[in-house]
Write a protein that binds this ligand. Structure first.
Ligand code: CA
Length: 219
């Protein structure tokens, strides 16, 4: 999933970015509301992590303007302990969740996974598909009851395909989920990851629709 992180505090921003990236997501980190607005127009983010006190205004205003325009992408607010009122305002303005600083990075990763799952229309933690049992939050995959390890990138691709089983997901969409603005995408990277994933999940698990994308086979 591609995540937009709007946080102007460099150390916290970098720590969050690294942690979310390690969990297999692509992260774009921005510090200003005007940059964030431009990014939201250009990129199909799966989730927005939003600090409230930003150099050019309040994150609440960005959230309100998103919701006013019918933008339903999930937003988690990152708020300071002494800003309880902001937290309430944030939830009223349409935030999906909030975290109080300083927060535990693993807690953040769990909330990110939960919001992503809900927005993907899949509220269950464990998804059963063919002979697979997939727990995206705990990052546990069992095939025929046997535990199989996936890399962070493989999880990111599987997560994206799982959002729409039996539907074709474009290669561009997978690239968008895996890479942020500042990362170069090698032309065959997705093919390489999908091919490794296929070796682990079974060769019929993912179908390549040439020139269009990939489909996770549900049955
Ligand atoms: Ca701030």
């Amino acid at each position: 999933m591609r995540v937009l992180l709007i946080e102007d505090e460099p150390a916290l921003g970098a720590a969050v970015e690294e942690h979310i990236r390690d969990a297999g997501h692509a992260v774009d980190r921005l510090m200003r509301l005007d940059d964030a607005e431009a990014a939201l127009r250009a990129v199909e983010y799966g989730l927005v992590l939003l600090d409230l006190n930003l150099p050019d205004g309040s994150g609440i205003d960005l959230l309100k303007s998103m919701r006013r325009q019918g933008d339903t992408r999930p937003v988690i607010i990152l708020t300071a302990r002494d800003q309880i009122r902001d937290r309430i305002t944030g939830l009223n303005a349409g935030a999906d969740d909030y975290l109080v600083k300083p927060f535990d990075l693993d807690e953040l990763a769990a909330r990110v996974a939960a919001v992503a799952r809900r927005s993907g229309g899949n509220p269950n933690t464990v998804i059963r598909l063919r002979d697979m049992e997939i727990d995206s939050t705990a990052r546990v995959l069992r095939i025929d009851g046997k535990r199989t390890d996936l890399t962070a990138r493989e999880w990111a691709i599987l997560d994206e395909l799982l959002r729409r089983p039996n539907a074709v997901v474009s290669k561009e969409k997978l690239e968008e989920a895996l890479y942020s603005f500042d990362q170069e995408v090698e032309s065959n990277t997705i093919e390489v990851h999908v091919s490794r994933l296929r070796k682990k999940l079974g060769k019929d698990a993912i179908t390549t629709i040439r020139g269009i994308g990939y489909r996770l086979e549900g049955a």
